[in-house]
Design a protein around this ligand. Structure first.
Ligand code: ASP
Length: 319
């Protein structure tokens, strides 16, 4: 658990990112920490230079999609046919505009395509063939699907082919990515991107691209990005549920805890969330063993993986 709050009236930009909830193997911890820190710093750089929250969360997610350690973009897990199919969503809290793609293949950055859906179409979600046609029209290069596959995700997939394998166990340590931010105007945004679950059925769409489940952003309340078992997140519409609790007066921490608790008790699901509001408060909470997260505010970087972790590094020591 970690959180922060504003000390004065002026909105200070904030970005929080996650690199997935689950159980991270110790040998990978440093790489995960480095990955979320880089993403948070990349997004914060945009906010600090007067950029908007949507651009900041997109940038942070692109950085993690390009990082082979995360289950998004390059490094995505494989479906039962041994192929990468990815989901992503982006949302602007200013006008509730959002864009999402599901089951997309052969592109490097699904989050960029989701943003184009938001900005260039009258729709909220494009899938599969229509999404790739739209990507081509927008000039997004098509790449061979195999170039998104890492040795690690291939190995995981192979293990799952063995009789008696446990797909949930083999998912451990493979992280969906997400970001939430508030810019200096007080606008909030969220973005989430994933390769989904290892060995999922071809065509399976999880929570990530579903508005209210994988993410939600509304300046009047805040922004949330989620991670965890998609089918259970969808059942409780986790991102919007947490914002609903905040609307009813709970703090960010209370709302995140309550949402995760409801998902556990009602449908036996575990996961993690990152939350901001337009006052610049933020939190990162998870009911799994681990969730990799990082946040930047007030020129200070915070990061964690285990419950209770909170490494604090002033940006002056990094830059
Ligand atoms: N929520 C993602 C999905 O079910 C997986 C994850 O967050 O790890 O597609």
């Amino acid at each position: 658990m970690a959180s922060g709050s504003s000390q004065c009236n002026k909105i200070k930009p904030v970005i929080v990112v996650h690199g997935g909830a689950g159980a991270v193997m110790q040998e990978y911890e440093d790489r995960y920490r480095a990955g979320v820190k880089k993403a948070a710093l990349g997004g914060y750089d945009i906010l600090k230079n007067g950029g908007d929250a949507v651009t900041a969360v997109e940038e942070a997610v692109v950085i993690m999609e390009d990082d082979p350690h995360f289950n998004a973009g390059y490094g995505s897990v494989l479906n039962e046919e041994g192929e990468v199919e990815m989901d992503a969503i982006i949302m602007s809290g200013k006008d509730l505009a959002s864009g999402a793609v599901s089951a997309v293949r052969c592109i490097a950055n699904p989050i960029k395509l989701a943003r184009l859906v938001m900005e260039k179409t009258d729709h909220l979600l494009l899938t599969d063939r229509g999404a790739s046609q739209f990507a081509k029209l927008q000039g997004i290069p098509e790449i061979p699907g195999e170039t998104l596959i890492t040795e690690r995700s291939r190995e995981r997939w192979k293990k799952n082919q063995k009789p008696g394998s446990n797909p949930v166990a083999s998912q451990l340590g493979l992280g969906t990515v997400g970001a939430v931010a508030v810019d200096s105007e007080g606008n909030v945004a969220c973005a989430t991107s994933t390769g989904g679950l290892t060995n999922k059925m071809a065509g399976r769409v999880g929570d990530t691209p579903c508005i209210g489940s994988g993410g939600y952003a509304d300046n009047n309340i805040g922004a949330v990005s989620t991670t965890g078992h998609g089918e259970t997140i969808m059942k409780v519409v986790l991102a919007r549920l947490i914002l609903h609790y905040m609307e009813r007066g709970m703090s960010l921490e209370e709302a995140a805890d309550e949402g995760l608790k409801y998902m556990k008790t009602r449908v036996d699901g575990s996961g993690g969330v990152i939350v901001v509001n337009s006052a610049g408060e933020w939190t990162a909470k998870f009911s799994t063993k681990h969730m990799t997260w990082a946040a930047v505010k007030d020129d200070c970087l915070q990061c964690g993986i285990h419950q209770g972790d909170n490494e604090i590094v002033p940006l002056s020591e990094i830059l």
